[in-house]
Ligand binder design. Structure first.
Ligand SMILES: Cc1cc2nc3c(=O)[nH]c(=O)nc-3n(C[C@H](O)[C@H](O)[C@H](O)COP(=O)(O)OP(=O)(O)OC[C@H]3O[C@@H](n4cnc5c(N)ncnc54)[C@H](O)[C@@H]3O)c2cc1C
Length: 485
């Protein structure tokens, strides 16, 4: 059982006499009984149910500051059929069910706030079929996308959405994750063709198809993508793949002010070039990387860009145009290169950002803000965000090519006065993004932290979302306490 192998499953359900069930879902606490554990063990196997303290702790929190909550038990099913039997049992006994990938969410998305069962997909990691000629792969939900891409590289293919952390496909679908390559390839939901989903109550549905396009009825794949496990548990997915690029070109460019950097993004995007990634990093991010990694970069707003193409000549011509655009916008420094090794050299610092920020602030926790706005408002938003977080330990960066801005603020949630200031900045930034026609979350999902913004963002259509939830999960058992207040 991968990382959980060494944990002793010493619990004996017959001794668990104090357990009792108090209520069902819908915001109240439940506990599962010794009988429940016995019956759940009969479904997945004796050693694939745990109530061990360290296991419950591991499944009580994600990577955010949100308050942990212990589940009553963690289950590791092996198949769609087992997941279906778990869901049926949970429905009949009113036990909350929360899906679990690897818990790297940033808004409390998989925290089992109403206790109950956590369904961990670690035992469902099979790559079922690579269909090279269709540019598709069938996978189980527990497959880690970085591992998937290692396998796919042997076929000259890859699954483009790239959330950075070692996320599972099920977790990426749950949050509709995306990342640095969204500007070229889209988010997770743009790269899913077909899903197998276990509904509350245990019914199994297959949605979508294997064609690259379809006009056939409601788009249920998109409904489940980003639903954070509140409507169903994804057990299998057919994913759309892209061919591995033959060659790369990358640039790291420094500007006197954020607006010069974001204006360059606009100019490059307008030019008809097709960037694979365009990341904005403010001077604080560069400063923390300098301190943490012993680097000596100019501590100014910086753009990291990546392009891919077939020939070096073609990329060189594109580079000349981009260099001109950067100079037009007053750049003060430029480092660039062609080829995979150069791309990796120039981008390494970006992949180190989160770790460096955390390491430079021991004892503090991050609140990671995540808004997205229309591209025309990106410059304004970047400047405004800087103002809102003035006086805080704040690091602004983002996927500038798709309008997504992040701020990592390091602080101490136990210091209520200071933390209120952090949350207030978050609130103001989200409200500004909504005023600009954007969204409260570009990619991290709603979880617990963004629930309060949904009425403002969705207005009357939030009621329709609640009705859909009620229709599919009438008992409110699947990932309760998320999305809606
Ligand atoms: C350092 C760092 C960087 C990150 N960068 C990015 C980024 O650039 N872009 C981005 O989008 N995210 C980013 N994230 C957030 C996170 O990695 C992603 O949201 C990721 O997709 C979560 O995957 P997971 O496997 O950890 O899922 P989990 O956190 O375990 O679960 C995510 C959600 O999906 C549900 N779920 C899990 N499995 C299933 C299933 N099989 N069926 C239905 N629901 C399920 C859970 O209940 C939960 O609601 C980052 C996180 C970290 C720690």
């Amino acid at each position: 059982m991968g990382q959980y192998n060494q944990v002793p499953f010493a619990f004996n359900f017959k001794n668990w006499t104090q357990l009792f069930r108090t209520t069902g879902g819908n915001g109240e606490q439940t506990m599962i009984t010794g009988d429940d554990l016995h019956n759940l063990r009969a479904i997945v196997g004796e050693q694939f149910v745990s109530t061990g303290e360290s296991i419950l702790n591991l499944h009580s929190h994600d990577e955010s500051y949100h308050t942990p909550a212990l589940p009553d038990a963690v289950l590791w099913p092996h198949s769609t059929e087992e997941v279906s039997r778990i869901a049926r049992y949970a429905f009949e006994h009113k036990i909350p069910v929360t899906g679990w990938g690897v818990g790297t969410s940033l808004e409390g998305n998989p925290i089992p706030v109403n206790r109950g069962i956590v369904v961990d997909f670690q035992e469902m990691q099979k790559i079922l079929a690579v269909r090279t000629e269709d540019f598709q792969v069938d996978v189980e939900a527990g497959v880690v996308y970085k591992e998937l891409n290692k396998t796919l590289s042997r076929h000259g293919l890859f699954f483009p959405p790239d959330p950075g952390a070692a996320a599972t496909i099920g977790g990426m679908i749950g949050n509709n994750a995306s990342g640095i390559r969204t500007v070229k390839y889209g988010a997770t939901k743009d790269n899913i063709l077909r899903l197998v989903v276990v509904l509350p109550g245990g019914d199994v549905i297959k949605i979508g198809n294997r064609a690259r396009k379809s006009s056939s009825g409601y788009d249920l794949v998109s409904l489940f993508a980003g639903s954070e496990g509140t409507l169903g548990l994804v057990t299998e997915a057919t994913l759309k793949l892209a061919g591995l690029p033959a060659n790369f070109m990358a640039l790291r460019v420094t500007f006197p002010a954020a607006r010069n950097a974001t204006d360059t993004v606009f100019q490059v995007m307008c030019s008809g070039l097709d960037p694979a990634a365009m990341e904005f990093l403010d001077s604080n991010v560069i400063g923390v990387l300098n301190r943490d990694r012993g680097l000596a970069m100019e501590e100014k707003p910086t753009l990291l860009m990546e392009f891919c193409g077939f020939s070096e000549e073609g990329l060189r011509a594109e580079m000349t145009y981009i260099e001109e655009a950067c100079k037009d916008n007053g750049c003060t420094f430029m480092d660039r290169g062609i080829g995979q090794a150069e791309r990796d050299r120039l981008w390494e610092m970006r992949h180190l950002t989160f770790e460096s920020i955390k390491r430079q602030h021991p004892g503090l926790l991050p609140l990671i803000m995540d808004v997205a706005v229309p591209l025309s408002r990106y410059s304004e938003m970047a400047e405004l965000v800087r103002e809102e977080v003035r006086g805080l330990l704040a690091y602004v960066f983002g996927h500038a090519g798709d309008g997504n801005i992040h701020v990592i603020v390091m602080d101490n949630p136990a210091d209520s006065r200071r933390w209120a200031r952090v949350e207030e900045a978050n609130r103001r930034i989200v409200e500004k993004a909504l005023e600009f026609g954007g969204t409260c979350t570009g990619e991290h999902g709603v979880g617990i932290g963004k629930r309060c913004f949904l009425p403002r963002e969705h207005g009357d259509s939030l009621e329709l979302m609640k009705r859909i939830k009620k229709l599919i999960d009438p008992e409110g058992l699947f990932n309760p306490g998320k999305l809606f207040l």
